[in-house]
Design a protein around this ligand. Sequence first.
Ligand code: IMP
Length: 429
Amino acid sequence: MAVQGTCTVVVGCQWGDEGKGKIVDVLAEGVDVVARYQGGANAGHTVHVGDNEFILHQIPSGILHAGKRCLLGNGVVLDIRQFFDEYDALESRGIALEGRVGVSSRAHILFPYHRLMDRAAEDTASLKIGTTGRGIGPAYEDKAGRRGVRVADLANRERLEELVGFALDRIRGRLDQIGHGSGQELDDLMGEALSLGDRLLGLSLDTGAELMATLRAGKRVLLEGAQGTALDLDHGTYPFVTSSNTTAAAAATGTGIGPTAIDSVVGVVKAYTTRVGEGPLPSAFDPAMDAHVRELGGEFGATTGRPRRCGWFDAVLSRYAAQVNGLTGLAVTKLDVLDTIPELEIVTGYRLPDGSVVESFPADTWSLGGIEPVVERHPGWNAPTSEARALSDLPSNARAYLHRIEELTGAPVQWVSVGTQRSQIIPVG
Ligand code: IMP
């Protein structure tokens, strides 16, 4: 049957924190359903509505628009306790959620032992990834290891007890071995998480079926990714990545629809680059500029509060992101943060130690530590942009900078964000 509605994916094209929350919030206005397709409480999507700041970790940012339906797909690993804390906190701030949130019955549950394992693994690892400590890696390991617990399992007490029992035996042994976690703490946390099982079952459904019915009814769907392309398990800077596929193709597998149902893919890039956690940042600023832009852009993690490392816009990465995500358009965020920088650079290639220049993103993550970025210089605009609401309101140097990003990436700029507020957005074209 032909699909009549429209389905758009919003995907991060750097190392996460590109401002997807703001873009999803803006685009959500024009859709009927928003669904998250991967990740878990490692994400932190910050949205400003008037004087209120909301940081959403698991519930899609579309929830801040009254009446929109928000789903968490099967590709998500769901931390039950954290999910309901977030749910209740939104309600206590006046957001009505009744009948608006659904969770895939096929989503895997992230239990407190996954968090303990994540922290224990980071503390004892010789190669640290700098995870968010939210249990994401261990939860996806259980999923791939075919021993995970899914939302649907909550309906069968016997099977649930058996699955959780196996997991606890395995995890206690491992935690004892490395001297982490106390048995009592774990029992308490598990009791708390399992007591929320029935409440979660009440929200469970088949996200693919609902999304396809929505599209067939001629309505509009937005699929929201978390993290970014360079953190994708397959395509990112492995092993310094998250444990799921963050890229656009995962929007289909992570919600239960087919790839042919997707019409467009909007890639979100910051006007510069940031990274939190371990791993290379090829376009990194020098220390003084790093500190300056971190301050200007408020570059501290929404989930962990960690300072983000900052660098120039990296077109090698954005071009790669256009390829792996099949981008049909770009949303450029935080342009206003660059308003006072006298001269800007864009990285267009990586010079290898043998002097040759590569313009494609290398598979060997370690080689990124030895490259020298090849840069183009662009004059700054030295004027405020936060009041601009049309491309023509922007200084010509800012327009030229955006045009160059578009040219180097190979995808048209469709949105430019110039501040944290909903209204601070420029629709292009
Ligand atoms: P994990 O996803 O907690 O396992 O962390 C793996 C890597 O992804 C670490 O470098 C984290 O800092 C990074 N990461 C995970 N979630 C986010 C995010 O939402 N924004 C930016 N970085 C993230």
